[in-house]
Design a protein around this ligand. Structure first.
Ligand code: IPE
Ligand code: IPE
Ligand code: MG
Length: 264
């Protein structure tokens, strides 16, 4: 092998090449992301944790742009869990205002790109300005038909399931529903992800191998991709996102059956 060829072989694919490779194959309809590691990223640089969250928002913008290019239907982002209220008040406040700032700054561009903003989680528990900004963004973009960005904020999967169970119980008590009608399909109608297909791929950055109460019911057959602990969310990028999708595209999803190629 010539040296030239050897070096070409070693050369990392450019973003354009990765984009081409990904679009040549079936694109996942729904990608969910647990954007983890902001705090560690900042601490490693002797910066306050909020600096990590701020950098994380920059990455988010880049990922949304790539998702639009790929014509992905749903991108679901874990931004704040029901358990994140345990954090110091100053960090919680910073996270909420970053979200407000993001929507205020970006909503025009998001809207122009035909993006629909949706929220998963309990809006009632949020600070007033955060709730207002989310409602406004959802209202403005509700008829958009491109990428749907589902922001999970004050979201916890167990709380979501309990809310669904309560609503079902109320509907039964008020004779709007009979227990015989309860099925997997019906149950999903009571979840906040109603109308959204289950995630095909879930990515978690930061090296923790857990779901942290994210989309527990919906991810029964989701392909999980956990990054190495060296890859923290603020270091994630469009290239890494495309590589993750390529890895997903190389997996075989069986859904309990057998691979078509393996069958006799
Ligand atoms: C994820 O980063 C962002 C949120 C939870 C809001 P973290 O803040 O959890 O960062 P680490 O995991 O502590 O590094
Ligand atoms: C999960 O990350 C929540 C978000 C990314 C918003 P955490 O950092 O809160 O999860 P744990 O505490 O490590 O499980
Ligand atoms: Mg974390």
């Amino acid at each position: 092998m010539s040296w030239k060829k050897f070096f070409n072989f070693k050369k990392e694919k450019t973003e354009a090449e990765l984009l081409k490779a990904v679009t040549a194959r079936p694109i996942p309809e729904h990608i969910a992301i647990i954007m983890d590691g902001n705090g560690r990223w900042a601490t490693a640089r002797n910066l306050p944790r909020t600096a990590g969250h701020r950098q994380g928002v920059e990455v988010l913008r880049e990922i949304i742009e790539t998702a639009v290019k790929l014509k992905i239907a749903h991108l679901t982002l874990y931004a704040f869990s029901t358990e994140n209220w345990k954090r110091p008040e100053s960090e919680v406040r910073a996270l909420m205002s970053l979200m407000v700032e993001f929507l205020q700054k970006e909503i025009k561009t998001l809207h122009e790109n035909n993006i629909r903003i949706n929220m998963l989680g309990e809006i009632q528990g949020l600070p007033y300005d955060a709730a207002q900004e989310i409602k406004k963004s959802m209202e403005l973009t509700k008829n958009n038909t491109g990428l749907q960005v589902n922001i999970a904020i004050n979201y916890g999967s167990r709380a979501e399931i309990i809310r669904a169970v309560k609503k079902i119980a109320q509907d039964i008590a008020q004779n709007r529903l009979s227990p015989d009608e309860i099925s997997e399909d019906l149950f999903t109608q009571y979840l906040e992800t109603k109308g959204i297909p289950d995630p095909d791929l879930m990515i978690r950055t930061g090296g923790e191998f857990r779901l942290s109460n994210f989309l527990l019911y919906q991810s029964a057959y989701t392909e999980l991709l956990f990054t190495d602990k060296r890859l923290l969310w603020p270091d994630f990028s469009s290239r890494k996102f495309l590589k993750a999708i390529l890895e997903y595209q190389n997996r075989v999803r069986r859904f309990g059956g057998i691979d078509e190629q393996e069958g006799v």
